[in-house]
Write a protein that binds this ligand. Structure first.
Ligand code: FE
Length: 330
């Protein structure tokens, strides 16, 4: 009897993976944004989370190169374009979790369940409040009008955020119309495209350009530091398709050793307990519609967002890159 019990518990010990309480997370979301969330999860669950940071492209290459030996259970990154890329590389496995589906709107997760959005950022129009009245603004497309000649600033086209924006425009408006718009943008540029959203927003604040397109959280960070900047936010495409939104999101890797733990982590991240922790630290919007954004984010006002699935941004990525190249957008 004693022997059987011992044998049974030994068998159990062997069957139960030693790493069940450990989770390895590869993430291209900035460390300082993720660490407090992870610390809270470790405290709540006793799970030991190992964070491996890096840029999205190299991290995806790393997971692919490691193959079935990868220690990564979870991959976190920003932009549907990057997550779509990860699915194309076969790095993520489908997860059927009723909790994730209940917490995350359908347009902000993969139709094939290989990744889930965890926070939302909008890519919209910003303007110099001394030079532009909001009534002069309407859509991304209207920034191609000749009235903005020498007044528009943009970030470079090699950035995934712009590839996703233009990809979504192709899906909404068609390639011919989108190419005309992008050509119009290029013709209106006040300065060569900027290396990042913050530099571009600073240029608008300094009056070097009058309007531009950026992600909302860069605006939030900048205004936190320089509240007197004459910089306004305008919700694009409210009369038409809605403002372009994108996500930070995550998936469980194809060769995850701890699938259960990985799913539990994602479910927690999407829950009302963790959503503010995940989103507010970067001045993003919670993906879970039951959770309210931080007061400083809510102060930017309500807006209608585009309901096209974020994965479309990935599907259209290659076409968007070619189109921007043809249009002379560097
Ligand atoms: Fe960013």
């Amino acid at each position: 009897m004693m022997k059987t019990t011992l044998a049974a518990s030994l068998a159990l010990m062997i069957a139960a993976p030693a790493f069940a309480n450990e989770l390895v997370v590869y993430s291209s979301r900035a460390d300082n944004l993720l660490k407090p969330v992870v610390a809270e999860y470790e405290k709540k669950t006793g799970t030991k989370v190992q964070l491996v940071g890096g840029q999205a492209g190299p991290l995806m290459e790393k997971i692919r190169a490691e193959g079935s030996n990868t220690p990564a259970d979870v991959f976190i990154t920003v932009d549907g374009g990057n997550l779509w890329q990860a699915t194309q590389m076969g790095l993520l496995r489908p997860i059927n979790s009723p909790t994730l589906k209940a917490n995350i709107p359908a347009s902000l997760r993969d139709p094939k369940n290989q990744w889930y959005g965890l926070s939302v950022r909008a890519r919209t129009i910003f303007y110099n409040t001394n030079k532009v009245k909001p009534a002069e603004l309407s859509s991304y497309a209207a920034l191609a009008d000749a009235k903005w000649k020498g007044r528009l600033c943009l970030r470079t086209s090699n950035n995934v955020y712009n590839q996703s924006l233009v990809g979504t425009m192709i899906a909404n408006l068609g390639a011919v119309k989108t190419e005309q718009i992008v050509k119009g943008w290029v013709a209106n540029l006040a300065a060569p495209p900027f290396a990042n959203d913050t530099a571009m927003l600073e240029a608008i604040g300094a009056g070097r350009c009058d309007v531009g397109i950026a992600n909302t959280y860069y605006y939030g960070r900048l205004m936190d530091k320089q509240p007197k900047l004459p910089l306004g936010i305008f919700w694009a495409n409210q009369q038409t398709s809605g403002t372009h939104v994108n996500i930070a999101g995550a998936g469980v890797t194809t060769h995850a050793k701890n699938e259960k733990g990985a799913v539990r982590f994602l479910e927690w991240l999407s829950s009302d307990k963790a959503q503010n922790l995940f989103a507010d630290i970067n001045m993003e919007y919670p993906v879970n519609p039951k959770v309210k954004p931080a007061a400083e984010v809510a102060a930017w006002g309500d807006f209608k967002h585009n309901y096209i699935n974020v994965s479309k941004a990935g599907e259209m990525q290659a076409e968007a890159v070619k189109l921007m190249d043809r249009a002379g957008y560097r």
